[in-house]
Design a protein around this ligand. Structure first.
Ligand SMILES: [Zn+2]
Length: 139
């Protein structure tokens, strides 16, 4: 079961953008702690079970194979200010982080209507999950 925090496990074009994102944030005195990059199907299924058939609260709507994490296209982050993670979603730093990510060309789940997730950024190159399942790659 793999739940990586390593940006080396991202698709190349995603990794390039994430590296830019980290640099731009650093210039704004925001360090990012990456809590997830690539997850395998088994790991995604375990996450999906959380809050449903396993203890904890629901953290995802995606079963194994339905998340861009499964295709090396997504990261979850938490901003660190003075070394401390800011988990409070009402903290204005999240909006700033979202804007910085979007400037780089990442999609930010913090403004999604269906399953808003402040921590989640992705780059899909216009591909859908079905495209990726069919074997298309973003490089
Ligand atoms: Zn995510």
């Amino acid at each position: 079961m793999i739940n990586s925090r390593n940006i080396g496990d991202l698709a190349h074009t995603v990794r390039i953008r994430v590296e830019d994102f980290l640099l731009v944030c650093q210039k704004q005195n925001i360090d990012l702690l990456i809590t997830s990059t690539y997850r395998d199907i088994e790991s995604q299924d375990a996450l999906y079970a959380q809050g449903r058939t396993a203890p904890g609260k629901i953290v995802t709507n995606a079963k194994g194979g339905q998340s861009f994490h499964n295709f090396r296209c997504a990261i979850d982050v938490v901003p660190l200010v003075n070394g401390k993670p800011i988990w409070d979603g009402n903290d204005p730093i999240w909006a700033k982080l979202g804007a910085l990510g979007k400037d780089i060309g990442l999609d930010w789940a913090g403004e999604w209507k269906t399953f808003k997730e402040l921590a989640h950024f992705q780059y899909t190159g216009g591909l859908t999950i079905d495209d990726l399942k069919a074997g298309k790659t973003i490089g």
